[in-house]
Design a protein around this ligand. Structure first.
Ligand code: F6R
Length: 365
């Protein structure tokens, strides 16, 4: 049932091109997206004064990307909350709020409670979920299904990338309704989005061996940092969680610009740094942060686009990602980070698919 792979996690990482393709199927038109399951008129969209995204763990990290995209494209303010925080902080939501809950299983207790609380307060609730007929799918007003197929490994991989697609589709849907971006621009994003599954395939085919060799940087260490700015920071948070949950190495994700506000004290030659530099408008700033950590003798593994002929000079190792527009980069950047956690976990002899103390679906508080 593992289809020739040693672990479910590896199988699911390699299933991403298909999962990404299936989740886009029927939803992309030349110059607009179609979300048959979401039933909002442009008038209703215009009345939302806020979007509140609520989820746990990896799904929360997909929400962070959603915030970046919805604010940037649809110009609606967005809050992102961890569900266990949201439900107890008396969030300010009402009938002018669009609440988006994200859950692979659709059964996470805190996320479900947040959904119910939001409905009670009169909010419109859209769910992004991978399980048809799950509690979250049944109770939300509208559902955007991700078509990742069953995810068995505890560490979420293909669910995350398809959740990001769900967020991209929703962000485009809201943008269309609000008319905040020119049609030609939407056409370009849609065309780039359609190419993502093939690019994911290229990373897996051509990059897995290289990532395996980079795993050696983590065999002995006690701590690692993931740094980036903007959407790269959101991906850094997911990369860091992946490493922690299956390799048991302490890892932290830091917004690159925040390092000098305390964290640099923790960085030494024994703290490998994963530096993400895919956001072109933030590139120079990211490089200056990499130079800061290199000055502490840290080993830096850089991730950037193929066309970048400069970044390799600032890092110890480099991994290239096929080019795409800034906004879609997270869909690709996370794949080598998933592979990295996988290979580190295997090298350390851990139970990759069933990490200690974790359950696949958390149906208790
Ligand atoms: C991490 C992971 C968890 C889940 C979280 C939410 O790899 O799998 O962080 O993302 O427990 O689960 P769902 O999406 O089912 O609500």
């Amino acid at each position: 049932e593992k289809g020739g792979y040693e672990h479910f996690m590896l199988k699911e990482i390699f299933e991403q091109p298909k999962a990404l393709r299936d989740t886009l199927a029927g939803r992309l038109n030349h110059d607009h997206v179609v979300l048959q399951e979401v039933d909002l008129t442009p008038k209703e969209v215009a009345l939302f004064n806020k979007v509140a995204i609520v989820a746990c763990g990896t799904a929360y990290h997909a929400g962070l990307i959603g915030k970046g995209l919805i604010e940037h494209w649809a110009k609606i303010p967005v809050e992102v909350d961890i569900a266990s925080e949201f439900r107890y902080r008396a969030p300010l939501i009402d009938d002018k709020t669009l609440v988006v809950v994200i859950s692979q299983s659709g059964e996470t207790a805190d996320t479900l409670a947040a959904l119910r609380e939001s409905k009670k307060k009169g909010a419109r609730v859209i769910a992004i979920t991978n399980v048809v007929g799950s509690s979250v799918a049944r109770e939300a007003h509208d559902v955007i299904h991700t078509w990742a197929g069953p995810e068995i490994a505890v560490a979420s991989t293909k669910a995350y990338t398809t959740q990001i697609e769900g967020m991209i589709l929703l962000a485009l849907y809201l943008t269309q309704a609000k008319g905040t971006m020119p049609k030609e621009w939407i056409t370009e994003i849609i065309s780039e989005l359609g190419k993502i599954p093939d690019k994911a395939e290229i990373i897996l085919k051509e990059g897995a061996e290289r990532i395996k060799t980079l795993a050696r940087y983590f065999e002995e260490v006690g701590s690692a940092f993931f740094i980036g700015r903007g959407l790269d920071w959101a991906v850094a948070q997911e990369g860091s969680l992946k490493l922690k949950e299956i390799s048991y190495i302490h890892a932290e994700a830091y917004a690159s610009g925040e390092l000098k506000h305390g964290t640099l004290a923790l960085i030494t030659e024994d703290t490998p740094i994963i530096a993400l530099a895919t956001q072109r408008d933030l590139y120079e700033k990211t490089v200056s942060n990499v130079i800061e950590v290199k000055a502490r003798d840290a080993k830096v593994i850089g991730f950037t686009f193929e066309g970048n002929t400069d970044f390799h000079k600032s890092v110890n190792e480099i991994f290239y990602i096929p080019e795409t527009v800034n906004e879609l980069a997270p869909l690709l950047t996370v794949i080598p980070l998933q592979l990295l956690s996988y290979y580190v976990s295997v090298a350390r002899g851990n139970d990759v698919d069933k990490p200690r103390n974790l359950a696949k679906s958390v149906t208790v508080e």
